[in-house]
Design a protein around this ligand. Structure first.
Ligand code: AMP
Length: 218
C-alpha cells in the first residue's frame, strides 16, 4: 500500500507515518529527514540545501524528485511506502505521477491532516527528538514517560530542529499555503483525497487513519 500524508509543518505527518511504519511495515519516506541527513553528512547536496532549509524555503523540485525517485523502488519499500513531506508542489506531484506510471506503481490513498495555523506554531516550537533513534516528542503533548529518557531506546540526549523557531516557522507556513496547499485540489480532482482532523489527539488521528487504510488499528 502506498500513501501520501499531506499537511502543513507540525500537522503530525511524521508522528503518524512512524506509527504506520512500525505497525504495518510501510516504509516512511520523509524528504525532510533525507535532506537533514545530507546536511549532517556535509555532502555536496547537504551544502547546497542547508541555507534553504534554515530559511524555511523549499528546495528545488529537481533535487527533491531525483532524491525520491530511487527510494520508492528500493527493497525496503516492497510492502509499500508513506510519503511524508513529499510532494510539496504541483510540479513534484506531476513528477511523482510520471514516476509511478513508469514503475508500474500506484497511490492507494492521499490523506490530508487538517490543522489550524494557530495551533502549528505551538506544536512546532515544542517538539524535540531523541538524538540516538529519532523518536519524536513534545514539551506538552508528548513527553517521554520518564523525563530525559527516550521511551523507545533509552537514549538520554535530545535534539531540536534548527528550523523549528518562530521566524522560520512563519516562512514554512507561507510556503505551505502558497506552494503545497494547491495539491489539495490537485488530488481532490482525481478523487483521491481524504481528510482527517489533525487537531484531534494523536491516538484519535491514528484511529482515523487506520479506518481509511482499512487496517484494524490498535
Ligand atoms: P520537513 O521535515 O518536511 O518539515 O522539511 C524540512 C525542510 O526541508 C523544508 O522546510 C524544506 O526546506 C525542505 N524540504 C523537505 N521536503 C521538501 C520537498 N518535498 N520539497 C522542497 N523542500 C523540501
Amino acid at each position: 500500500m502506498n500513501l501520501i500524508l499531506l499537511g502543513p509543518p507540525g500537522a503530525g505527518k511524521g508522528t503518524q507515518a512512524a506509527r504506520l511504519e512500525s505497525l504495518y511495515g510501510l516504509k516512511q519516506l520523509s524528504t525532510g529527514d533525507m535532506l537533514r541527513a545530507a546536511v549532517a553528512s556535509g555532502s555536496a547536496l547537504g551544502q547546497e540545501v542547508k541555507g534553504i532549509m534554515e530559511r524555511g524555503e523549499l528546495v528545488s523540485d529537481a533535487i527533491i524528485v531525483r532524491m525520491i525517485a530511487d527510494r520508492i523502488t528500493a527493497p525496503d519499500c516492497k510492502d509499500g511506502f508513506i510519503l511524508d513531506g513529499f510532494p510539496r508542489t504541483v510540479g513534484q506531484a506531476e513528477a511523482l505521477d510520471r514516476m509511478l506510471a513508469e514503475k508500474g506503481l500506484k497511490l492507494d490513498h492521499v490523506i490530508e491532516l487538517k490543522v489550524d495555523d494557530s495551533a502549528l506554531v505551538a506544536r512546532i516550537s515544542g517538539r524535540f527528538s531523541c538524538a540516538k533513534c529519532g523518536a519524536g516528542y513534545h514539551d506538552t503533548n508528548r513527553r517521554p514517560r520518564k523525563d530525559g529518557v527516550c521511551d523507545a531506546c533509552g537514549g538520554t540526549e535530545f535534539v531540536r530542529r534548527k528550523d523549528d523557531n518562530a521566524e522560520t516557522v512563519a516562512t514554512r507556513l507561507k510556503a505551505y499555503h502558497a506552494q503545497t496547499a494547491p495539491l489539495l485540489p490537485y488530488y481532490q480532482g482525481r478523487g483521491a483525497l481524504k481528510s482527517v482532523d489533525g487537531m484531534a489527539a494523536i491516538d484519535d488521528v491514528a484511529q482515523a487513519l487506520d479506518k481509511i487504510i482499512g487496517k484494524g488499528g490498535k
